[in-house]
Structures are given as C-alpha cells and as structure tokens.
Design a protein around this ligand. Structure first.
Ligand code: ADP
Ligand code: MG
Length: 373
C-alpha cells in the first residue's frame, strides 16, 4: 500500500502545525519522520491515520482518498510512545483485541489463537502470553503493542516515537529488531522519532521536519553527507558554524581560500557549517588556520577539542586522537577538509542560542585576560 499525503495544512489557534506538507511512502518502504519536538510529526501521523482532519490537503491510500473510508477501514496499525496496552488484559488478549473487535470478517477463535501465537513468536515473547502488562518490562510492553498493531494485518504501520520512553540501550536493541521485523513482514511503515541516530540507522528514507515543513527527504547517507539546509546539517550531527565570504565561486575565511563547493551562492557573506570530522589539526607544519584551544573533553577513542579560530575567534570543534596531548590555551593550526557552505540568512537548528553563548564566553574570557595568556 502506497501512502500519499498531498499539500496538507493544519492550524491550531492560528499556529501552523503543518504548512503545505507533501509526503509519499512507497509500498513496503520504511520511512522515518525526524524532527525536534513541536515540528509537526505527530500531527502528520495522526492526519494520515484519520485521527485529525487537515484544514486542506488530501491523504491517499494507493489512489483512493482516505477520507472516503472510515478510520477502522483504513487498515492502519498504530503504536504510540506510551504503551497504550489494556492493563486488565493478558498479553494474548491485548494482541487479539483488534481481531475480536471486528464486526465484519471476524476470524474464528481458534484462528485468532494461532495468529496470536505466531505474532508472539515474531516479537520474541513466546511463553509470556498469560502475563499482564504490569508484569513486563518497558521494552516487552512496546513489543506487545507492535504485535497488537500487526494483528489486524494493517496495510500501513504508523509508529509515534515507540521507543521514546525506553532507556538508550533497550532502544538500540529494539530498533535493530524492528528493522528485522520490517524485512520479514514488509509493511509500509512510517516511524516518528526525534532521535537522529535512530532515524539514520533504521529507515530506508528519512524525512526531516522543522516548524511544520519538510526540510529534506532523502536516504540516510544523503541526509548525512549532503544536508539540503543548515537546519538539516545542524540537526543531524554535531556542528560548528563560521562566517565566510563567497566570491568568484569560492569561499574564503580571513581571505584564506577554503577548498569547498559553494554551489550557486551569490557573492557576499555566507556561513560554513562544519562537523568535527571536517576539521583536522595541522601536524606537518603546513599552512592552516591559527586558533586557541578553549576546552577539551574525551569522546571514546578521541579528544573533542573546542577552539577559537581565525581573526574573529569563532568557535569550532574537532576531534584529535586521544594520545595527542592538547591542553587548554594551547595555540595550534587546523585545516578545513570538509563541511558545507550555505547562504548567510539561512537558519540552523538552535545556532542562535549557541552563537550567543559562545560570544558571552568569549567576552568573559577576554574580560578575565584569559585569552592573552
Ligand atoms: N491538539 C492541539 N491543540 C493545539 N496545538 C496543538 C495540538 N496538537 C499539536 N499542537 C501544536 O502543533 C505543533 C506540532 O505539534 P506535534 O505535531 O505534536 O509535533 P511533534 O510531534 O513533532 O512534537 C506544536 O506547536 C503543538 O504545540
Ligand atoms: Mg510528537
């Protein structure tokens, strides 16, 4: 089943939760809807499920306008963040609920039992069918919720931050497991998350949302390697931003050329977005951008270094091998080996806040005479 949302808008009290959003999920595809809290993910999912009516726009299931069928007949399986299991029902009865509630085509009780056992096996909970939800861990409850959603053999599976309430370790296990289930069952699936890693690891395609709009829709590799907007760049991974100048199709920082494509940006001020791996310390005595180390912290096998670089002392972060000794207020040189240049007016994710705090730290450090030591 293909799901197509076309030009969906939805306002709550004059605030746009969805602003002309169009999205297609191909039959059998697993798509992650990724964005910060309040970006409109749940509203879009609920609109597709038929739980919200859009102010404008149409949802199609294959080529049929979904509004023409009742919610129960859309064949949507829904899993929410907070286990919506029936507390007074055993695991088996929770899973069987949707089948028993059918008015048309209700299966025989023996067939329901078989189906429940099959699903318990699929979600790896065989043997726990007689337990009550309170006797299960959080991860087990979400697996029951998924089995319950799958029991009705939905044409579309919608999951709204299904692992959001679980701890990081369990979440990681469950996302691998969900990917395996998807490979076995092949349901058309739309998965909502605010966790970048989860989206990139799990999905065939990632749709990034911000403020009720879609910023980019692409494969996990494309999202990470060629983020379409500063928002996507800064939401997807760690990032630093420094102002640069574009002229003659090239970018410069303090009149030093940076070896990056600038696309068709107009001449003038622009911004360079960098990930830690886009910056390398110069160790061969070659040319580089001079800077001053502000702080260091250990991240796995590397040391994450924050430094102020260039004439305007902009903050950037990069990783150096942990065995290389780097101390606060050390002077060193770095080279830009990656990153992306965007127009000056485009906003990243919370860059304003970050810039403000960097500036105030800088002022503080300067006032203390710390920078000149
Ligand atoms: N029932 C509602 N009434 C009023 N505002 C709502 C309602 N549901 C969502 N919103 C608003 O719409 C925006 C998008 O919300 P939502 O779709 O829940 O975002 P997300 O799931 O990405 O966190 C938010 O600003 C939220 O406050
Ligand atoms: Mg939500």
């Amino acid at each position: 089943m293909q799901v197509r949302a076309e030009n969906i808008s939805k306002n709550y009290a004059s605030m746009a939760a969805l602003d002309d959003v169009s999205l297609t999920v191909q039959s059998g595809e697993l798509v992650a809807l990724l964005g910060p809290s309040g970006s409109g993910k749940t509203t879009l999912l609920r609109t597709i499920a038929g739980l919200e009516t859009p102010d404008s726009g149409v949802v199609y299931f294959n080529d049929r306008d979904a509004a023409e069928s009742r919610i129960q007949d859309r064949g949507v399986g829904f899993v929410f963040q907070h286990y919506a299991l029936f507390k007074h029902m055993r695991v088996m009865d929770n899973i069987a609920f949707g089948l028993r509630a059918r008015r048309k085509n209700k299966p025989k009780e023996a067939d329901i039992k078989n189906k429940v056992m099959e699903l318990l096996d699929l979600v790896q909970l065989s043997g726990l069918e007689k337990r009550f939800p309170s006797q299960l861990s959080g991860g087990q409850r979400q697996r029951v919720a998924l089995a319950r959603a799958l029991a009705i053999e939905p044409s579309v599976l919608l999951l709204d931050e299904p692992f959001g309430a679980l701890d990081a370790r369990v979440r990681k296990d469950l996302r691998r497991w969900l990917r395996e289930i998807h490979e076995r069952t092949g349901h058309t699936t739309l998965f909502v998350t605010h966790d970048q890693e989860e989206a990139l690891e799990l999905a065939d395609r990632v749709v990034v949302m911000s403020k009720g709009k879609i910023e980019q829709s692409a494969t996990p590799d494309e999202i990470y390697d060629t983020p379409a907007t500063p928002f996507v760049f800064s939401f997807i991974g760690e990032s630093s931003v420094i102002p640069v100048v574009v002229g003659n199709g090239r970018a410069t920082l303090d009149e030093r050329l940076i070896d990056l494509q600038v696309g068709n940006l107009p001449d003038g001020p622009a911004q360079l977005f960098l990930r830690p791996e886009d910056v390398a310390m110069v160790t061969d005595g070659g040319p580089g951008i001079p800077g001053l180390v502000v702080s260091t912290r250990r991240i796995g096998g590397n040391r994450r270094v924050t430094m102020e670089c260039g004439l305007a002392r902009h903050r950037i972060e990069f990783d150096a091998p942990a065995e290389v000794p780097i101390a606060n207020s050390q002077r060193l040189q770095v080279r830009i080996i990656g990153g992306r240049v965007y127009g000056a007016g485009e906003e990243g994710y919370e860059t304003e806040k970050l810039a403000a705090s960097a500036t105030s730290d800088f002022k503080w450090a300067k006032a203390e005479g710390w920078l000149d030591r």
